[in-house]
Structures are given as structure tokens and as C-alpha cells.
Ligand binder design. Sequence first.
Ligand code: UN1
Length: 509
Amino acid sequence: MNIATKTVNVVHETAALLEKLGVAKELYTGGDMASFSPVTGEQIASLKTVSAAEAAAKIEKADAAFRAWRLVPAPKRGELIRLLGEELRAHKADLGRLVSIEAGKIPSEGLGEVQEMIDICDFAVGLSRQLYGLTIATERPGHRMMETWHPLGVIGVISAFNFPVAVWSWNAALALVCGNAVVWKPSEKTPLTALASQAIFERALARFGDAPEGLAQVLIGDRAIGEVLVDHPKVPLVSATGSTRMGRDVGPRLAKRFARAILELGGNNGGIVCPSADLDMALRAIAFGAMGTAGQRCTTLRRLFVHESVYDKLVPRLKKAYQSVSVGNPLESTALVGPLVDKPAFDNMQKALAEAKAHGGSVTGGDRVDLGHADSYYVKPALVEMPKQAGPVLEETFAPILYVMKYSDFDAAVAEHNAVAAGLSSSIFTLDLQEAERFLSPDGSDCGIANVNIGTSGAEIGGAFGGEKETGGGRESGSDSWKAYMRRATNTINYSKALPLAQGVSFDI
Ligand code: UN1
């Protein structure tokens, strides 16, 4: 491993960044919730949590803010998000660094996450002059039929540690231009980046001027606080990112009170490498997709099906890449792979590897890398050659494990690819047009994201993001995802002097 290093004091740097970003000190010192950096395992803050009653009061306040904000013209609401984008640009380096400290991302990925926030702001500003409804042909003379999109209310956002700020921004930027208020419950593993994002938002708010108070708020707390958000009658939509287990709890709770859900849950993303694939390109895409972010993206590549004719050309090269990839402290080095988030993540990885071996898997990598911190968990990414798709391959383990399997028949490979519970992202590597189009066709990949000759992870914000089956079915970010944050009214206007009834019904009194 040949990487440059320098020494960083994580505790001091966190405090300095929070101060620079304008987070009030009393929010993260002397509180009841400890927060840690996965980079060194050190405690970096103790945050004040909210009680259930305080959380409910914040939701009520957000509801009051919504009632005023919904009357502000959408392009003016867009101006707030334009200012948020400006503030994020100005604070990109500091917020990106804080993401690296709190989530353990390498610098380019920490900065990339903030760039994703900026991108969605730009998108939402454009959207604020659109939010189109249709005009629809009516069967009645002298009538006009149209649809109007209205703001919905307080939008709850529950986010995960691995994209601690971008996921909030996908939801918040759209929700706010759509005329809603936002209440955010961030992961307990990444509360500081949430406070920092909120401080940045408040700068934009101050420049904007007359926005109602309480328009966007953060709830620092544990699962019980998330439940307050999920169960509150004044929250008509909750957008929740996390495990399928979390979604199984949140989804029915929302359904019970007829609230909407955007669920962005687990992924067990697969790729197929076909005989004609550009193997150099595939190698790079697989390496980033499977090892990037230490395997902790919901879009991480976890299963790879390689055609038998190219298996011996590709897999030894992949193994070499796994053996030589740099694993290290993302703040002090140019390593490509940073830490796992915590000990449970490491334990789950080791458990999955043991199970894979029991199912006949042959493991390259997977060992802990000791950087001299007892409470940080760095690992060599693991490549596991499997005789077939079985055992842990069928489940998402949130760690850098790539299961590799050989295939001979294209249809069987697509069927295997789809034979898991999750349905987020997928890729095919081929130069054969028929294979590529088949993969994208109705009986091809069953995922919400299906790519050709690029990896499974690293989607742009312009497309709708989300997946099928146990991934939850929600869509966030680009395309027409905004519609989930609004309610549609169908309006029929009679400008005639008669009252013709539809379907030829007569009712003369
Ligand atoms: C996530 O892991 O929850 O496509 C989101 C990607 C990123 C978003 C990932 N743009 O990998």
C-alpha cells in the first residue's frame, strides 16, 4: 500500500468544522447522545436529543409553517432553494469533510455527496417554474378539465448513515419547492452532518427573508423519535431510507393512517458480464461499484454473474485489484476504501463470509486492517467465488463483499439475477445490442435502475431513484418524483349555460 499520510486530530477538527459551519455549540456538547467517527472510533460529540413531546411540537410548528408556505408562489419558493444551492457551494469543502469524518467516506466521495445536494437544488429550482398539470379533453360541451398540483403538508424524512446529507436534500429540495415543510430524523450514527446541513439551510433562509419559521427542522433522537414522525397525523408523507426491516415497520404504520410512503430500502444489486464485454471497462466499474464507499451504498454491487468464456480473464484481474486496493484513514491518506461504520457492520461482514464458506465459497480478502484504533473497523474488501447463488448471496450485507458466479446461459443468468428479494440497481456489461436491450426489456432486469456498461452505483440526480420489491417501490430525486410530494386535484369547469351530465345520465328535476 503506497499512500500519502498526514496526521489529523478528528475531535478537534470536528469541533472546528461545526463552528465554521455555524452550528450552535449547545446542540452538540454536553448532551445525552454520543456520536462517534468511524475513522478512529473516537467520540466526537454529545448531542442534545428531543423528547417525544418536543418532536411533536416541532411537527406542529412545521405544519403551521406549511400553511403559510403553500401560498407562496412556487418560483419564489424556488428562490429559497437557489440560495440553499449557493450556500452549499460556499460550504462544500467543510460539509464534505464533515461527511468524511462522520460517515468515513473518502474525500472525493464526501465532496461528491455535497455535489449531489447542489445538483438537486439546481434541479428543484428549475422545477419550481414547472410543476405542470395536464389539460384533459372533456366529453361535455362548454367545459374544461384540468389537473392542479397542490402542496401536501409536512414531509417526514428519515435518512441513513451512508448518505447522511444527500438523501435529505433530495427530499427537502423537492418538498420545499412543492410548497411543503420538512421535518428530518437523521441516522443516530450521523447527526452532526444533519445539524450542519440545517445550519447551512438557515443561512439560505436568512438571506431569503420572509419564510415562515419552522419550515425545515431536524429531530435528533433515537428510533422512538422516528416513530413520532411516522405516526403523527399532520405528516401526510414520510420518505424513509434504511433497511428492509425498518421499512417493514414504517410502511404498515403509514398505511394504517393512510399516509404516503416513499421507501428506499435494501439493495442486493447484481451485474452480468457477457462474452463481448469490454473487460477493462467492466473491471473499473465493478471495482468502484463493489469496493467504493467500503460497500456501504444501497447501490453497491454485491452479486456478479460472469460468462464462462471470460471468467478466467476477468476474475483473476479482479482478485488482483482486491488484493492491491488501498484501505486506510480517509482523512489522512489517499486510500480508496475507508472504514466500516461500526463494529456490528464488521461482525455482520464476518458472519456473511463464514456462511459463504459454508456454502462452498472461496474468499479473497475480508480481513480486518489494523490502523491502531481499537474502535474503528477497516477491512480488506472481499471477493467470494461462489459455486451458486445461495446462503448469504441472497441477502444484503452492508459491507464490501462481492459474490462472483459463473454462468453459461444468458436467460438463466437474468433469472438468477432477479431471484433475490431486493430490486434496486443492476448492470449488464456487453457490446451485444440484443443482450443489452433484453436486459432493459420487460423480462430483463426487475430493478428500478438498470444500466448498460456502467456500474450499479453512482446514479445522477436527474433520474428517478429507487427500486422494486423489498427495496420498497419509492422514487426520489429526478424525473417526475416530485409528484409524490404533492396532491393532485382534478378540476372540471363548466363555462356553458347548461348542465350536461357525464355518461349521458339525465336527472331533470
Ligand atoms: C444510497 O446509498 O442510499 O447512486 C444512495 C448512488 C448515489 C446514491 C446512493 N447517488 O450510489
